[in-house]
Ligand binder design. Structure first.
Ligand SMILES: [Zn+2]
Length: 467
């Protein structure tokens, strides 16, 4: 291995990641890193390599500063840190589109319940009164979640924060910034929060190259207070030019509130939100509703592990694909319990096969791997920046070590990523050219301390709730 420095993440605020800037006496330009002779480079750009995923055998990847400069064979670069890629797989980092990292504090809660019992038993007590998380507790919870996400090779996460208080939203944003990840804060908006969201957006999101904002709205119902929040969410998302993110038809019970008719009563289908509406789950949809959503380029965040855990249902992925809808994967916080993109890919693929008895049903291995990377970037509208190793895009990439008990031997590595991969195979994670994980360890983070802080947060919350 070469002498790769571990620079600090370029976020909007200071990070706890240790800094160790590479100094080069002969060249004071941006830092360069060359991953040399990787056994397989999966570019996700068909124009750069073979097949739909743009594969390059024995390939090199060169990045400089925050972006990818070149991908190919036998690249050379002066003054570059060199990583010996022999025996490894280099690919874009995972882009997941729906999470609630604060819910790491309810991992394992109500594990044999469906959504309503889970939500009322595990979540609602933490959103008000004595159970309300302090800034410090939210920070500890989200911090744990970001490290879990990085550990599975996630370079972009969307944190749908329920934001029951200003402190809650602020603590969430602190932890996201300190993670060094690329992130989108989906702020669950309520009437009266306009000033807070605008100030976060202008002061901490728009100024941070790693950050994005979405407006998270309520689950659509015709209850007057919900409608008021929904209409105000639409108005604010429109004002700020950001995506609107809603939970949508997650359970069959949700149909009784007629969410499609409710949404049709708002301005969300007037054309101005085409490509900017992100719906989490969308399990219990009819063909006609899919036609409507497809006509407005609605994007879908699919969370298969959560859907299985809560017995919510199985998404109609092939029908969405037939309508060329953009669908990506998500971890969905506490209803999923684990951030593991390898398991997420396997279940997204497996649920369709198990329910149709058809091994050729969409998505196949190539398709689900694309869904987990470039597909996520497309859903979020950031595919011009990340999702593939196309030169000019940001250097968000991971290096997998396949020479392990769970993964070897070398037969068909693309298939093995989906069928055999585990977070332990992720050895290096780079976001915006910065090293977040090196040799399987998150850089500059004391994992024990992070775990202790999460434990302490849970203990305090339980004490306050008298549990
Ligand atoms: Zn969710």
């Amino acid at each position: 291995m070469g002498s790769l420095a571990a620079p600090q993440p370029s976020g909007g605020s200071r990070s706890s990641v240790t800094t160790n800037h590479h100094e080069d006496d002969e060249d004071n330009g941006p830092e360069r890193t060359l991953i040399r002779n990787a056994t397989l480079v999966i570019t996700m750009d068909p124009s750069l390599g073979t097949g739909p995923l743009g594969l390059i055998a024995h390939g090199d990847v060169l990045f400089e500063g925050d972006h990818i400069v070149a991908v190919g064979q036998h690249l050379s670069a002066q003054h570059a840190n060199v990583i010996n890629g022999k025996g490894t797989i280099v690919m874009p980092g995972f882009v997941e589109t729906h999470n609630h990292m604060w819910q790491t504090v309810v991992r394992g809660c109500a594990s044999d319940e469906t959504f309503d019992a889970w939500a009322s038993g595990c979540i609602r007590p933490l959103l008000s009164g004595a159970g309300l998380l302090t800034t410090e507790e939210v920070y500890a919870a989200v911090r744990l979640g970001t490290l879990d996400a990085i550990g599975t090779g996630t370079t972009t996460s969307v944190e749908f924060s329920h934001a029951p208080s200003l402190d809650f939203a602020n603590g969430t944003l602190d932890a996201l910034e300190h993670s060094g990840m690329r992130f989108v804060l989906a702020y669950r908006f309520r009437v009266g929060r306009e000033a807070h969201v605008r100030s976060l957006f202008h002061d901490r999101i728009a100024t941070n190259p790693l950050a994005g904002l979405q407006i998270g709205g309520p689950v659509a119902t015709s209850a007057p207070a919900t409608l008021a929040d929904l209409n105000a969410s639409i108005a604010l998302a429109r004002e700020l030019g950001v995506m609107l993110h809603l939970h949508f038809l997650e359970t069959s019970n949700d149909r009784t509130a007629h969410p499609v008719a409710v949404l049709q009563g708002t301005t969300v289908f007037d054309g101005t939100f085409d490509g900017r509406l992100l719906l989490a789950h969308a399990l219990h949809v009819t063909d006609a509703e899919l036609d409507l959503l497809a006509a407005h380029d609605a994007r879908i965040a699919h969370n298969p592990l959560s859907n299985m855990r809560l017995a919510s249902g199985v998404i109609r992925l092939p029908q969405m694909h037939a309508r060329t809808m953009k669908v990506a994967l998500g971890y969905d916080g506490g209803t999923n319990d684990t951030s593991d993109m390898f398991n997420t890919m396997r279940t997204a693929m497996g649920l369709q096969r198990a329910t149709t008895l058809n091994a050729k049903i969409y998505p196949g291995v190539n398709e689900v791997l694309r869904m987990a990377t470039l597909g996520g970037a497309e859903v979020l509208g950031i595919a011009e920046k990340v999702g593939s190793l196309t030169p000019g895009k940001k250097a968000d990439l991971i290096i997998l070590e396949p020479g392990t008990i769970n993964f070897a031997p070398h037969v068909d590595w693309v298939s093995q990523i989906v069928l055999n991969g585990q977070p332990r195979n992720v050895q290096w994670v780079f976001v915006n050219g910065q090293t977040l994980m090196k040799h399987g360890k998150v850089v500059g983070v004391d994992e024990k301390e992070v775990v202790q802080e999460a434990e302490a947060a849970v203990d305090r919350i339980k004490t306050r709730l008298g549990r």
